[in-house]
Write a protein that binds this ligand. Structure first.
Ligand SMILES: *Cc1c(COP(=O)(O)O)cnc(C)c1O
Length: 361
């Protein structure tokens, strides 16, 4: 009998192997900044950060100052970059915990320059049009930041799908680097897709996120194994109840599934509050006894029901994401069923409901 409800099993050996696999592809001397924002895409920021650093990463990145503080409080001392906008009221926090912030605009660069002890990376918008100063503003921003400038970076919008646009972004970034002396600043541009497929964009440092977790940067297609990556997370639950259905019996809210013949149904305590997306209703499969079992009807807040047979018993392990025996449900396949991407599949796993259990091999 399995203990607990639904848990996420995280294989730190896979994280280590993915970091090493990425490091082997880097231009000599390039550093790896492990992106552990959003609780390491649902894998647990502190554990993943420690593992990535032990495997050869030399820096970390997060989305918010609070995420950086969590790493510092766990005793991690390597450089941590905050990607999104850090509002001025968070500057004391960023300075106290030695977090490097991002300067996204000229006013932000001016504010950062006015706050002693703060270091910043300048973000240059080369076409994604989300964050960053324009290429024309980069020189002035550099001057404003002066000694406080720790790095300069850009972000590519479609390294996964559009080589032509990506090369144009890289070219725009390089023209900014040629026009201004960013000497001493760490130059970086590549997310996972950029790291895997655009070696010319490795510069001083790469910023992979999704690839660290053994997930494919294409999001809803592509096999991570094809890129030498190993998925690190399994989402596991158990059969809490088994019942026999008669022809015509409906299952779950709205009774959208109707049994066509006599069959068994297994109730599993995983719902959209765990992060098992409601969009999986009527579409997904789970592994029980090494066999793919279709979901019956809607995902509810706290449970989902899957097709079963005489071989399924209360207490059996249910794998919603990952491997069981010779079968496997990759995050990329769940993403297709739910109409989303693997990034969202793991990031949505709710840590309040779903305990993380760590494996090291
Ligand atoms: C999230 C993020 C990354 C990592 O992206 P992946 O596609 O997960 O590798 C890199 N850089 C920035 C600025 C990001 O916001």
């Amino acid at each position: 009998m399995t203990q607990g409800r639904t848990w996420a099993e995280i294989d730190l050996g896979a994280v280590r192997s993915n970091v090493r696999s990425i490091l082997r592809r880097l231009r000599s001397g390039a550093e790896l900044m492990a992106v552990v924002k959003a609780d390491a895409y649902g894998h647990g920021a502190v554990r993943v950060a420690r593992e990535a650093l032990a495997a050869g990463a030399s820096r970390l990145a997060v989305a918010t100052p609070e995420e950086g503080v969590e790493l510092r409080r766990a005793g991690i001392s390597e450089p941590v970059l905050v990607f999104t906008d850090t509002p001025p009221e968070k500057f004391p926090l960023a300075a106290e915990y030695r977090l490097e912030v991002t300067a996204h605009s000229l006013p932000a660069a001016r504010r950062i320059a006015g706050r002693p002890g703060l270091r910043a990376h300048l973000k240059v918008n080369t076409g994604m049009n989300r964050w960053g100063v324009s290429p024309e503003e980069a020189g002035e921003a550099r001057k404003l930041l002066g000694e406080r400038l720790a790095g300069v970076y850009t972000h590519v919008a479609s390294a996964d799908t559009d080589p032509e646009t990506t090369r144009k972004q890289i070219e725009r970034f390089e023209s900014v680097l040629r026009a201004h002396p960013f000497s001493g600043a760490l130059v970086h541009a590549a997310n996972s897709a950029g790291t895997l497929w655009y070696p010319e964009a490795h510069y001083d440092c790469v910023r992979p996120g999704i690839a660290l977790y053994g997930l494919h940067p294409l999001g809803d297609s592509g096999d991570p194994a094809g890129e030498g990556l190993r998925p690190a997370l399994r989402l596991v639950s158990y059969v809490a109840q088994v019942r026999r259905l008669r022809p015509g019996d409906g299952v779950s809210y709205g009774l959208t599934f109707r049994a066509g013949e006599e069959m068994f149904a297994a109730t599993v305590p995983v719902g959209y509050a765990e992060g098992y997306l409601r969009a999986l209703s009527g579409r997904s499969r789970a592994l029980i006894g090494g066999v793919r079992r279709p979901i019956l009807g809607r995902v509810t807040m706290d449970a989902a029901v899957f097709a079963a047979d005489e071989s399924v018993s209360v207490g059996d392990e249910v794998v919603l994401l990952g491997e069981q025996g010779d079968e496997r449900i990759p995050a990329e396949e769940l993403a297709i069923w739910a109409g989303t991407i693997n990034y969202e599949v793991t990031t949505r796993i709710n840590p309040v409901r779903v305990e993380r259990r760590y494996l090291r091999e």
